[in-house]
Design a protein around this ligand. Structure first.
Ligand SMILES: *[C@@H]1O[C@H](CO)[C@@H](O)[C@H](O)[C@H]1NC(C)=O
Ligand SMILES: *[C@@H]1O[C@H](CO)[C@@H](O)[C@H](O)[C@H]1NC(C)=O
Ligand SMILES: *[C@@H]1O[C@H](CO)[C@@H](O)[C@H](O)[C@H]1NC(C)=O
Length: 175
């Protein structure tokens, strides 16, 4: 009798254990190609310098300079298209030669099927490289327990308005 009971509990334990392991291994992979619409000129500004917005052009190569952004992120590169998300956070120019920015940024989805969910990015943004990569270190909502990476490539730059559109490829594993 006792051994039947023990056997039953062992089976129950193994079933539960196997089930939770299976659940743990079942990560979804989501890939997206989106576009940062980034305005650092005088009009429609989405990036300012911390703590005091300087007069004149922002200097993105000055060691120690810090910037706060609220860039719209769109699904097509076209300027003015409806944003699916906003990128809110800071970058600090963190290499002496001004080539790298430490990025601590949330992508906050405001439209579409991920509305209300966020991705958390952190890493070194190589400003001098054509393509820069930072890590996705977490997320919320549909992106709970997310990890992955994001690559950036600026495809359009207008020096007069100081406006750029940056292709943003996101790959994340999440539940
Ligand atoms: C600022 O935004 C308005 C409204 O979206 C737009 O019509 C205008 O062209 C923008 N200005 C610049 C300099 O991008
Ligand atoms: C994004 O993915 C597309 C399609 O695979 C590729 O052509 C493009 O170079 C990628 N861009 C970046 C910034 O990684
Ligand atoms: C925003 O624009 C500034 C100035 O052109 C640039 O240094 C920064 O890397 C841009 N950010 C993104 C996410 O494209």
């Amino acid at each position: 009798m006792a051994s039947i009971k023990t056997g039953f509990y062992l089976l129950l334990f193994l079933t539960t254990f196997t089930y939770s392991r299976a659940k743990l291994c079942h990560l979804k992979k989501t890939e997206m190609i989106l576009y940062y619409q980034n305005y650092s000129g005088d009009q429609n500004t989405t990036t300012v310098e911390i703590p005091v917005p300087s007069t004149g052009p922002l200097d993105f190569t000055k060691f120690g300079a810090a910037f706060c952004t609220d860039d719209p992120i769109t699904e097509v590169i076209k300027e003015g298209s409806s944003p699916i998300a906003r990128s809110r956070g800071i970058y600090i120019i963190s290499s002496l030669d001004g080539s790298q920015a430490q990025m601590i940024m949330s992508i906050i989805f405001i439209n579409g099927k991920y509305k209300g969910s966020t991705l958390e990015m952190q890493g070194s943004y190589e400003q001098s490289e054509k393509v820069s990569e930072v890590a996705v270190v977490g997320g919320t909502g549909k992106f709970r327990l997310a990890r992955g990476y994001v690559t950036f490539k600026t495809l359009y730059y207008d020096p007069v308005r100081v406006y750029s559109a940056t292709q943003t490829n996101i790959t994340v594993l999440h539940y």
